[in-house]
Design a protein around this ligand. Structure first.
Ligand SMILES: *[C@@H]1O[C@H](CO)[C@@H](O)[C@H](O)[C@H]1NC(C)=O
Ligand SMILES: *[C@@H]1O[C@H](CO)[C@@H](O)[C@H](O)[C@H]1NC(C)=O
Ligand SMILES: *[C@@H]1O[C@H](CO)[C@@H](O)[C@H](O)[C@H]1NC(C)=O
Ligand SMILES: *[C@@H]1O[C@H](CO)[C@@H](O)[C@H](O)[C@H]1NC(C)=O
Ligand SMILES: *[C@@H]1O[C@H](CO)[C@@H](O)[C@H](O)[C@H]1NC(C)=O
Ligand SMILES: *[C@@H]1O[C@H](CO)[C@@H](O)[C@H](O)[C@H]1NC(C)=O
Length: 186
């Protein structure tokens, strides 16, 4: 009888342990001190004139991939603006939404950012973390300065005739990676 009870308790313990398997974002990573890494911040812009006085095309874009040490997925972020934003392109006043990562652990997850051509970036991200049934939601707010290393290539049509491009100017920058320590609340 005693032997059977011990075996039963051992079995019960095994079942309980199996049920308590933590999710991918397990408790050990549920820290109030995560690090956000903005990988490969990539900026480029382009300006094309069709006459000395006519801006034909202008645009700029910025992309990066965000990782958060508290979660296992990567969040893709990007923003682009057109000729209406020329010549400053990014003023820091528009909030861009990042892609919501696919999968179960992405429930109630969102990331937003603002960027200004001066380099200031602000990013808010929400995530959830914890064992099944005991998940907590976190909000992290971070900001920093992106220091881009860029080259601008300009071309001027020296013998312009109507219908040809007057000038082009392209700026491309080396991918830049930035670590930010967010202020976290939950
Ligand atoms: C950053 O870019 C490099 C080179 O293209 C790539 O190998 C790496 O996976 C990128 N990192 C992320 C987090 O996307
Ligand atoms: C972000 O990650 C995706 C998927 O791995 C990749 O296709 C994309 O090039 C990355 N973007 C940057 C800016 O590294
Ligand atoms: C981040 O959240 C703070 C507080 O709610 C807000 O003031 C700020 O505008 C938000 N920034 C972004 C980029 O969403
Ligand atoms: C991001 O913006 C969406 C709406 O555009 C909002 O529902 C969400 O709460 C925002 N997330 C953060 C982290 O600010
Ligand atoms: C400029 O273009 C005109 C018309 O195509 C051509 O006749 C002329 O030789 C060109 N001049 C130079 C300096 O290339
Ligand atoms: C800019 O040009 C210089 C010289 O050609 C080169 O060394 C550097 O890597 C370039 N930077 C970018 C961001 O393309």
């Amino acid at each position: 009888m005693m032997h059977n009870l011990t075996a039963f308790l051992a079995l019960l313990f095994q079942v309980a342990s199996a049920l308590a398997v933590p999710g991918p974002e397990n408790q050990a990573h549920c820290t109030d001190h995560p690090i956000f890494t903005l990988h490969n911040i990539t900026y480029s812009d382009e300006t094309i004139y069709s006459t000395s006085a006519h801006l034909a095309v202008a645009g700029a874009s910025i992309q990066f991939n965000l990782t958060n040490t508290a979660v296992s997925y990567t969040t893709e972020c990007s923003a682009s603006v057109g000729d209406w934003a020329w010549p400053t392109f990014f003023w820091g006043d528009i909030v861009y939404n990042c892609k919501v990562p696919a999968g179960d652990d992405a429930v109630q997850v969102s990331t937003n950012f603002t960027y200004s051509t001066s380099g200031n970036i602000q990013l808010n991200s929400t995530w959830s973390c914890g064992e099944w049934g005991k998940t907590k939601s976190f909000v992290g707010m971070a900001s920093g300065v992106v220091k881009l290393d860029c080259n601008t290539t300009s071309w001027q049509n020296t013998n312009w005739t109507l219908g040809e491009l007057w000038s082009t100017s392209d700026t491309t920058c080396k991918p830049y990676t930035l670590d930010l320590t967010p202020n976290v609340s939950h």
